[in-house]
Write a protein that binds this ligand. Structure first.
Ligand code: DOR
Length: 438
């Protein structure tokens, strides 16, 4: 039984009129009407008659996109439902335009066996407004000592394996994991960090860490582990996804491995694309995450790579934390920030509107490419396809206010920032998952 994708919500007959429909992967960019019937996209053409029970939405000046897909979400369920649970995490995702999120296994207990995955899927089935897919851990308890029950978890429907937050230091164990994942044709999603090089670092190692007197995490902690992991993936002929890269040299290594035949994909987070380590000068722990914000040169190179279509995926690394874990001295605060509700508006405002990245490149990296990377249903806007869409008001300006989030946690790096572009409606798996109140 495959149980690890869950969905919920009422199916509505809907006509979105005079909307700009953009789906670069399907070659669609047109101003027209979109009719959704019984959860499917019935037509992408001027709607002639109107069924009595149809809801009509005026889409003039708005943008209809394939729903977004997040490969890196921490839902904290089971174990820390005070920080996030399936319902709140999925609601936050739907409000951010997401139709599928992939939940990381660093829960309590860790998702390292099929029983945990089945129970997560059951909760998601009843509580989540959108599809939730699950990753299983690579090692038991994410301790890096013994392989988890990868075969059973594959049967339970996990879409990838990861020890996120904990790099797999033992190369022999990682090799076995590549072999086991290869047998079920699933990728490993790797958090790449050499812990000896990272030491007790709490931010990027560089001019700013020196100025603040804080222990730094050098880029080499990431790039050295990326290089090792890519070599092993190439050797084993295995699928690998490099999670949350923060350094331009990681991307260079990924491209070299790909040229050599590696089946490799990668992701960058919105915060690494928009912010640099200067943010840490104020010692606000909402700028503390792992990997850390890097210097401006790395940020700029990652943005250029995204613009050129060289970054496959943007993933949020949505990492909710309770206030008491963040409102402490910077050195002691937990690593991680939320992102599901801010990713799209922030990237639209900071990268697309100034002309640094095309809207098409953003949509590919936030929807089509991630869906393909983990073999998820691809949210295409095509007639006859399942409706997985989000409607965006590209003109609406507002200030990001974490107090208004659907997420249970407030630790966001974009708090107080003004953005232009707001998700109005999300339809996931043919069902209405989110509609913003007028
Ligand atoms: O900043 C992070 N927070 N990085 C990780 O790898 C894990 C995550 C979390 O679970 O809080």
């Amino acid at each position: 039984m495959t149980a690890a994708i869950a969905k919920r919500g009422a199916k509505a007959t809907l006509i979105i009129k005079d909307v700009r429909v953009l789906d670069p992967a399907s070659g669609v960019d047109a101003c027209t009407d979109v009719t959704i019937e019984k959860g499917q996209i019935a037509s992408i053409a001027p709607a002639k008659g109107k069924a009595d029970d149809a809801h009509v939405i005026n889409g003039a000046g708005k943008l209809l996109l394939p729903g977004l897909v997040d490969l890196h979400t921490h839902l904290r369920s089971p174990g820390r439902e005070d920080e996030e649970d399936m319902a709140s995490g999925a609601a936050a995702a739907a409000a951010g335009g997401y139709v599928i999120i992939c939940a990381m296994p660093n829960t309590d207990p860790v998702a390292d066996n099929a029983a945990v995955v089945y129970s997560q899927a059951e909760v998601a089935e009843s509580d989540a407004a959108i599809r939730v897919a699950f990753l299983g851990s690579i090692s038991r308890g994410e301790k890096g000592e013994h392989l988890s029950d990868m075969w059973d978890m594959a049967e339970a429907g996990v879409v990838a394996f990861s020890d996120d937050g904990h790099p797999v230091a033992d190369a022999g164990l990682l090799r076995s994991a590549f072999q086991a994942a290869g047998r079920v044709n699933l990728p490993l999603s790797l958090h790449c960090e050499d812990l000896d090089l990272a030491g007790a670092g709490v931010m990027n190692e560089g001019r700013v860490s020196a100025q603040l007197g804080l222990a730094g995490i050098p880029c080499a902690a990431e790039t050295a582990d990326v290089a090792r992991n890519l070599e092993m993936a190439l050797y084993e002929g295995a699928r690998v996804h490099i999670a949350h890269i923060s350094c331009a040299r990681s991307l260079a290594a990924i491209e070299t491995a790909r040229e050599a035949g590696a089946a490799v994909t990668c992701e960058v987070t919105p915060h690494h694309l928009v912010l640099n380590d200067e943010e840490v000068l104020g010692l606000d722990s909402n700028f503390k995450m792992n990997p850390p914000l890097r210097d401006e040169e790395n940020r700029r190179q990652l943005v250029e790579a995204l613009a050129a279509g060289r970054v496959d995926c943007i993933a949020t690394d949505h990492a909710p934390h309770a206030w008491q874990e963040k409102e402490t001295p910077f050195e002691e605060a937990a690593f991680g920030v939320t992102g599901l509700e801010t990713a799209f508006p922030v990237l639209l405002t900071e990268l697309v509107q100034p002309g640094e990245v095309s809207l098409e490149a953003l949509v590919m990296a936030m929807s089509t490419n991630p869906a393909k990377a983990f073999n998820l249903p691809v949210p295409a806007i095509v007639e006859g396809g399942e409706a997985n869409l989000c409607l965006v008001d590209v003109e609406e300006e507002y200030e990001i206010e974490p107090g208004n989030f659907f997420s249970k946690s407030r630790n966001n790096a974009f708090s107080g920032r003004r953005v232009r572009g707001r998700v109005l409606l999300t339809i996931a798996a043919g069902r209405l998952a989110f509609k913003r109140d007028a």
